[in-house]
Design a protein around this ligand. Structure first.
Ligand code: GCU
Length: 340
């Protein structure tokens, strides 16, 4: 069964490569010499998203310093499959890098479930301090057994609810069908808020909103303009229930194939991508708000304590099941206190 799935994944990848060779990535795939290894990077965002811009910088650095041996090709918009599929392909070594939200990583190691806990961080400062800490880097190795390793993180802001009505209190969410990222903790969060969770992959959300299969969704502001959700919703409510980074995940098979001088250049490219993404993120959020308003979206504030009260128990339930995450949780509590 598993082998069948792997085979199907390979088939999809090769068909994609073939199709892409004939269309959107034509420029990048042209001029690949026989001595070059193609380094495939996959993500689900459009090309104006900070994640994509960051990976273009990554590609530029590698192509400039190791261009005789490697050619980095960045596949945007989920062209190599949704994030889960892309991660499975990275496990086999068919894709070398994938940008993944932490929710999508939960099935590889539930330590990443930490970031799905609603109101884990008191504010952006605590979140940044944790992401920049040595301790958070311990999480990077947590998927090693699955053949995946995180190499850096990208900012993805805070996640908020949006739909055809404002969701300012949990009562507003009652009975609403809300799309969440596919993970049990996200489903638990919606249940605690009294709404119906509809897990689906990111690329399906626009059509689901348009066709009314779902009433709303939750994401950062960039979803409004980069993937145009602002066209099909009226209100974006700041309840700030989660701050989840996007992780840049590498296939360990690929990382292990690098010699030490190559690894150094790949590390430099990774750091460059990280810095670029963080810088681009700040500009992108401002633009998303402006574009959102021009699309007719109204931005409103939520009664945050009312939301916090409803979801508090999820922290305890998670920590009881995931004792290994306690060390991270305690550090975050410390940072929260410092930034109160
Ligand atoms: C954000 C995040 C993506 C994630 C998406 C989602 O856009 O950056 O990595 O896939 O949310 O809701 O699925």
């Amino acid at each position: 069964m598993k082998n069948n799935k792997r085979f199907t994944n390979f088939l999809i990848l090769f068909l994609c490569s073939f199709i892409l060779g004939a269309c959107s990535n034509k420029d990048s795939l042209q001029n690949v010499s026989i001595s070059q290894k193609i380094v495939r990077v996959a993500h689900g965002q459009p090309i104006n998203h900070p994640d994509h811009i960051a990976m273009l910088k990554f590609a530029e650095h590698i192509n400039e310093h190791l261009g005789d041996k490697y050619k980095v090709v960045v596949y945007d918009n989920g062209l190599l499959g949704d994030t889960k599929n892309a991660l499975e392909l990275a496990q086999t070594g068919a894709i070398d890098y994938v940008i993944s939200s932490t929710s999508n990583l939960e099935s590889f190691n539930n330590a990443y479930g930490l970031f799905s806990l609603p109101y884990l961080f008191i504010n952006e400062k605590a979140y940044f301090d944790f992401m920049n800490s040595k301790l958070s880097e311990r999480l990077y190795n947590s998927t090693e057994k699955s053949g995946l390793r995180a190499v850096t993180w990208f900012n993805a802001g805070s996640r908020n609810f949006y739909g055809s009505k404002p969701y300012t209190t949990p009562e507003d969410l009652k009975g609403e069908k809300i799309r969440v990222q596919p993970s049990p903790l996200n489903v638990a969060m919606m249940k605690a808020l009294g709404a119906g969770a509809v897990p689906m992959s990111f690329g399906e959300v626009y059509t689901a909103l348009q066709q009314g299969t779902i009433d709303g969704a939750e994401n950062n502001e960039l979803a409004l303009n980069t993937v145009k959700h602002g066209e099909v919703v009226d209100f974006y409510t700041y309840d700030e229930h989660q701050r989840q980074p996007d992780m840049l995940i590498a296939s360990t098979r690929f990382l292990n194939s690098l010699n030490s001088s190559e690894r150094k250049i790949f590390n430099e490219a990774t750091e460059l991508a990280h810095k670029t993404e963080l810088r681009e993120w700040e500009k992108a959020v401002l633009k998303a708000k402006e574009d959102g308003e021009n699309m007719g979206v109204k931005f409103v504030e939520a009664d945050i304590p009312a939301f916090q009260y409803k979801v508090k128990k999820i922290h305890k339930e998670y920590l009881n099941a995931e004792k290994n995450s306690l060390v991270y949780y305690e550090e975050i509590e410390k940072l929260n206190n410092e930034h109160k």
